[in-house]
Design a protein around this ligand. Structure first.
Ligand code: 6LW
Length: 498
């Protein structure tokens, strides 16, 4: 079969995966967005559908006023003795914790904290023992992977945390995962940082404590030498064995805007590559240790089909599953209807690291048409292409006394400008954004008349400009005004074109 990468598009970084009863489950990090930790299900590893989130209650994770790209960092999902476990770090509080559930479609437990520092926690279960890994630096300041044994009921440490590997010398040794495959223990990790130098390395040993011997040809996966190739920054992965015994790696990467334009704004996405174990018991990834956009593999039968959802509307999405908020929303300002949405602004603006009235969908591809009919009754109501509080393009209707106007406001760091505006005769308009690799164009249709509000470059919303670990989210929002009346949003459509 031939399939295309990414297998999950849009900002879903740091994937971790497990298999239970012929289904695969995948989680990703979510930072300041709520609910936390999107959860996906698949029958075949190439088609994924989101089924929920692991962190759906305020009591599970503190997100209030946290910095953008703080909060929920990389996660690991594992299944053990009939129970799913998901562990992650709240990087804003510096705590590692896990939650569990016996029903993958249901709620997850309250958090259980583990007193081991670092990020990217991971479990390895063997018999009654639970090994807990995360990254950190040792007494001499060297990058290290730490491990302890824990009591899985309480999170209590049963052994001190000790260093089990120092990696291969790349910066930011992270995302440790331990596996037992054919009687050998494989410790896989990422190095190089989650930018253009990212890579996956591994080592193996005869015991879960090590010592570990590094694979002689590390890194086993990287695109760092593929200058000008669309897919960059591949790393941070998890191994998984499929129903037929084949091995795969699910990992993150990003798509840069253009061949020589080293910017990416869609965030880090989920990629899949076949893995081969050789006679010497070392493994390799793909044909040459790189991740490709089109992958030909006999691991999946030719009859399998990769199907992509090309349109997202209020009718074919679920408020709880597909949409997300910035930190904890004040639910009183949201009326989530059947095919319609009403939002009431608060005193909190999109420019603060807080929870403005905002509900969004991740932008999943470059080519898209995004439109929504909006009736403004109070203040400002619109669509924001949101990277963080300092980097977002807002496209909105505003009521100022009796005047109604359409505005396009570009927020790029300290440069905030209302770039174009146009008075309207009505408080109802369709706002339409055409997105491609390098620009967003903005159009308003009101009273049968179409206005062009110009365009803006995508690159100023990229990670290279904004920093951080997230990607663009298409947010519907309200702000300003008296904060007493709701604004109406209907007929939302986000259509992607390949
Ligand atoms: C994550 C770390 C990383 O915890 O970025 O790419 C951090 N890898 O492993 C935030 O996603």
């Amino acid at each position: 079969m031939k399939y295309s990468n990414p297998v999950i598009k849009g900002f879903y970084p740091d994937p971790s995966v497990c298999k239970v009863n012929n289904k695969y489950y995948l989680v990703s990090s979510s930072f300041q967005y709520y609910p936390g930790v999107p959860l996906f299900e698949s029958d075949d590893l190439v088609n994924w559908r989101q089924i929920g989130h692991c962190l759906t209650r305020q009591s599970q994770v503190h997100l209030e006023k946290i910095d953008s790209s703080g909060g929920v960092f990389a996660c690991t999902i594992r299944y053990h003795n009939g129970r799913f476990y998901m562990t992650t770090t709240n990087n804003s509080t510096g705590q590692n914790f896990y939650v569990w559930t016996d029903d993958i479609y249901g709620e997850w437990s309250e958090p259980i904290f583990v007193d081991q520092g670092g990020i990217d926690p991971s479990f390895y279960f063997e018999g009654n023992l639970t090994y807990f890994m995360s990254n950190g630096t040792d007494d001499t300041g060297r990058n290290s992977i730490f491990q302890c044994e824990i009591d899985i009921e309480t999170g209590e440490k049963l052994t001190p945390s000790r260093v089990i590997w120092h990696g291969t010398g790349g910066r930011y040794l992270e995302s440790p995962h331990l596996y037992k495959i054919n009687d050998l223990y494989y410790l896989m990790a990422a190095e190089g940082g989650t930018e253009y130098g990212h890579m996956i390395v591994y080592a193996r040993g005869n015991s879960p404590y090590g010592p570990f011997e590094a694979y002689p040809n590390n890194p086993v996966l990287t695109n760092r030498n593929l200058g000008g190739y669309e897919i960059q920054g591949v790393g941070h992965g998890d191994l998984i064995q499929d129903h037929d015994g084949n091995w795969w790696i699910v990992h993150l990467g990003f798509r840069q805007i253009g061949r020589w334009v080293m910017h990416h704004h869609l965030g880090r996405e989920v990629f899949l590559m076949p893995v081969t174990f050789h006679e010497d018991h070392w493994f390799t990834v793909g044909d040459d240790g790189t991740t490709q956009g089109e992958v030909e593999t006999n691991y999946i039968p030719n009859s399998a089909k990769q199907i992509e959802q090309m349109q997202y509307t209020f009718h074919n999405t679920s408020w709880d599953i597909d949409w997300c908020y910035l930190r904890y929303p004040d639910k009183q300002n949201y009326l989530l209807g059947d095919g319609e949405l009403k939002l009431r602004g608060s005193q909190i603006s999109l420019d603060t690291a807080d929870s403005p009235t905002f509900i969004g969908l991740r932008q999943k591809d470059f080519h898209a048409e995004i439109s929504c009919e909006i009736r403004v009754n109070d203040g400002e109501a619109g669509i924001t292409l949101y990277m963080d509080e300092h980097h977002h393009y807002d496209f909105a209707l505003r009521r100022i006394g009796e005047r109604i106007e359409a505005v396009k406001r570009l927020n790029i760091g300290d440069i905030k400008t209302i770039h174009d505006q146009s008075d309207l005769n009505s408080n109802v308009a369709i706002l339409k954004i055409i997105s491609n690799h390098d620009t967003y164009s903005f159009q308003v249709i009101s009273d049968g008349i179409e206005f062009d509000l110009g365009s803006a470059q995508t690159r100023y919303l990229s990670s290279e400009v904004a920093g951080g670990f997230t990607g663009v989210v298409i947010g519907l929002y309200s702000q300003d005004g008296s904060c007493s009346e709701f604004n109406d949003f209907s007929d939302f459509k986000c259509t992607y074109f390949n």
